[in-house]
Design a protein around this ligand. Structure first.
Ligand code: GDP
Length: 313
């Protein structure tokens, strides 16, 4: 991820290395190159505009003297602006004063929510928490079973509706469409939290249903779950490979469930990555974690400054 963006930016900075000082036209050319590199990497246009105008303004106003040569100065400015669009400071998970902390996962089907539930569960367990995963994705065939497998791999218990109790449950497809009994995802999420309270789990991670594209029913269901369980964090999981659709999807989920943080998944892929770079800036919500593979351990806390350095390396 980001290889091509990284190469393009590095080539742009290389051109500046021989310059003793930067003329306005040097700055303009550099900013133009940066703009093209970002657009080619799929960074959303409003983010590109904001980014390049900040770089231009700072590069023109940069002190000529000082310890850094012009190329280094521009690298520093671009680095600072990258950190800024990626959300600035690392944002830690908010833990509830009175446990259990409730974390809800939202995102499109296939974005990596269920996989993330296991990773996050393991991450929290390693920090001394006692997490419980709750299977409130009752839409997708086999989602409950998948979460149980994920939980087993992560060594984290899973609360799931009993199969016999799920109204309308189809044993073959697992699909439960539009039922409102124990097959109701809101009821399952609430029951999961009650279970955590009864058994003194310190964190509850609620997996919710996704669809392949944003749809009203899905969003209403997620909003209903949010309203019922009052989570401390709502993490929006987004596949970094999604490309230009990232911004619209993120905005739809922000509107629908008012998420508090972003998880970038599939950062191990070879997509251009710029769309993922746009999400924090467009939604004003921090990227908190990154998923970097299918395994339970392929997971990291997201640090905007480290990601910026990685891109500019
Ligand atoms: P959900 O529908 O949002 O719950 O998504 P899943 O957790 O089922 O993930 C969909 C697919 O993406 C599965 O095949 C996962 O193994 C895979 N996956 C999830 N996260 C990652 C990741 O960070 N990297 C890669 N390469 N694959 C991932």
């Amino acid at each position: 991820m980001f290889n091509s963006l990284s190469d393009r930016l590095t080539a742009t900075f290389k051109n500046l290395r021989t310059k003793g000082r930067l003329s306005e036209s040097d700055v303009n050319k550099t900013v133009r190159d940066i703009r093209l590199a970002l657009l080619d990497a799929d960074v959303a246009l409003p983010v590109v505009k904001e980014f390049t105008s900040a770089v231009r303004e700072r590069a023109l106003g940069a002190e000529v003297s000082g310890a850094l040569n012009p190329a280094q100065q521009v690298v520093k400015i671009v680095n600072d602006e990258l950190v800024s669009i990626l959300g600035g400071e690392t944002r830690k998970l908010r833990l509830a004063k009175n446990p259990p902390t409730v974390i809800m996962l939202a995102g499109l089907q296939g974005s990596g929510k269920t996989t993330l539930a296991g990773k996050l569960g393991k991450f929290l367990k390693d920090q001394g928490q006692t997490p419980l995963l709750v299977a409130a994705d009752l839409q997708r065939p086999n989602a409950v079973t998948q979460l149980e497998v994920v939980g087993q791999r992560a060594g984290v218990p899973v609360f799931a509706p009993e199969r016999g109790n799920i109204a309308g449950h189809d044993a073959v497809t697992g699909a439960i469409e539009g039922t409102r009994s124990f097959g109701d995802p809101v009821a399952v999420a609430e029951a999961g939290i009650q279970e955590a309270c009864n058994k003194l789990y310190s964190v509850v991670i609620v997996d919710t249903a996704g669809r392949l594209a944003v749809d009203e029913n899905l969003m209403q269901q997620a909003a209903d779950i949010r309203a019922a369980i009052q989570p401390d964090e709502v993490l929006f999981v987004i596949d970094a490979m999604i490309g230009q659709a990232a911004v619209d999807t993120a905005e739809a989920f922000l509107h629908g469930v008012d998420f508090t943080g972003v998880v970038l998944s599939k950062l191990d892929g070879d997509a251009r990555g710029g769309a993922a770079l746009s999400v924090a800036s467009v939604t004003g919500r921090p990227i908190m974690f990154a998923s970097t593979g299918e395994g339970v351990k392929d997971f990291e806390v997201f640090h905007p400054d480290r990601m910026a350095s990685r891109i500019l390396d």
